[in-house]
Design a binder for this molecule. Structure first.
Ligand code: ATP
Length: 324
């Protein structure tokens, strides 16, 4: 199958490395004399037919930029069959041979819906949450953890000097990866993540344990949605006698240049995506396991079992609590 025209879109939350993927896709397309179009604003732009042809000169300096030059959007309407139908029709009208989608779990479902309308789709995991289960690594995760860790480390120094406890909230939706990796890398004391939830009472017990056994005010990292950080910091102050502050790490996690790890991942994902397109193999999701790039059927990818890093979680507990 001769591939003449492809398109790429970014969807959901932005993640570092998305621009690196776009850069590589355009460079490879240009070498193959394939036309490549960027769809602006994710699935909303696809529905509204917002296409722009991408040229090498437009992507020359984007590889190290955070965010996405194509912009992204949350577009709940894409769950509606008629909206997907019209969006697929836009691609067919333009005779696009394949669409590459960079995004997270929700974006993958959108990609699957397009496949069901006869569109050739390739999916690239781009979400700082790292919550696509079939792959160990999503674009943006490594940079987000590095950003969160730097932030936590800086604030921790002040809190520790003042003998204050602190509760950090990091992103991750329903996945504890950012919380776990940043808590381990900054030597925090207590962790609350969806994969190992703890109750308020257990949190209080752990604070008391830390004061008694480590003789210090603890640093706590919680994944978003586990607790209301403001309330829990007040409650911990009241119930333990340790002065607790709270800090929501927030958008700093998404910002800035991609790490070397994310750039290298982005390059490998983009190359694999273009190989698949070139070979006429579609409806695949690319991923990374044990440092090997692979691709998987979209349905298999979306139904994969959760491969959480329990070894790292155990290490966190080993470093912080005595064995009974
Ligand atoms: P992130 O992890 O960064 O939040 P995401 O891709 O999971 O990324 P979502 O907001 O969940 O982000 O989804 C992005 C978009 O994908 C939605 O705004 C919507 O346009 C589309 N989408 C989500 N779920 C579905 C679905 N079930 N069917 C069709 N399209 C969907």
């Amino acid at each position: 199958m001769k591939i003449d025209k492809i398109a790429v879109l970014t969807s959901g939350g932005d993640g570092q490395g998305m621009n690196t993927v776009i850069n590589i896709l355009v460079r490879i397309a240009s070498l193959r004399e394939t036309k490549i179009f960027g769809v602006l604003n994710g699935y909303r732009g696809l529905y509204n037919d917002e296409f722009v042809e991408l040229k090498n000169s437009m992507v020359e300096n984007i590889s190290s930029l955070g965010g996405t030059i194509l912009k992204t959007a949350r577009f709940e309407e894409f769950k509606n069959d008629a909206v997907v139908e019209k969006s697929a029709q836009n691609l067919k009208n333009r005779e696009i041979d394949a669409l590459i989608v960079i995004g997270g779990d929700g974006s993958y479902k959108g990609g699957k819906a397009l496949r069901d309308k006869g569109i050739n789709v390739i999916l690239i995991p781009g979400t700082i949450d790292n919550d696509l289960r079939y792959t160990h690594k999503c674009l943006g995760f490594d940079t987000a953890v590095n950003n969160a860790s730097k932030y936590i480390e800086n604030v921790k120094q002040t809190m520790s000097s003042l003998n204050r406890g602190v509760v950090f909230e990091v992103m991750g939706r329903y996945c504890g990866d950012i919380a776990l990796y940043s808590a381990v890398s900054t030597a925090c004391d207590i962790l609350a993540i969806p994969e190992k939830p703890i109750t308020e009472e257990e949190l209080i017990e752990k604070v008391n344990y830390c004061v008694k056994n480590k003789n210090k005010a603890p640093t706590i990292v919680i994944a978003e949605k586990m607790f209301d950080v403001r309330e829990i910091a007040m409650k911990l102050t009241e119930k333990t006698g340790v002065d607790f502050k709270y800090s929501i790490v927030g958008y700093i996690q998404r910002g800035g240049a991609p790490s070397v790890e994310d750039k290298s991942l982005a390059m490998q994902y983009a190359v694999r995506a273009m190989e698949l397109v070139n070979d006429g193999i579609f409806n695949r999701a690319v991923g990374m396991k044990n440092n090997k790039v692979f691709d998987e059927d979209i349905d298999v990818a979306l139904n994969a079992e959760y491969d959480f890093n329990y070894d790292l979680l155990n290490l966190f507990y080993l470093l912080n609590y005595k064995k009974d």
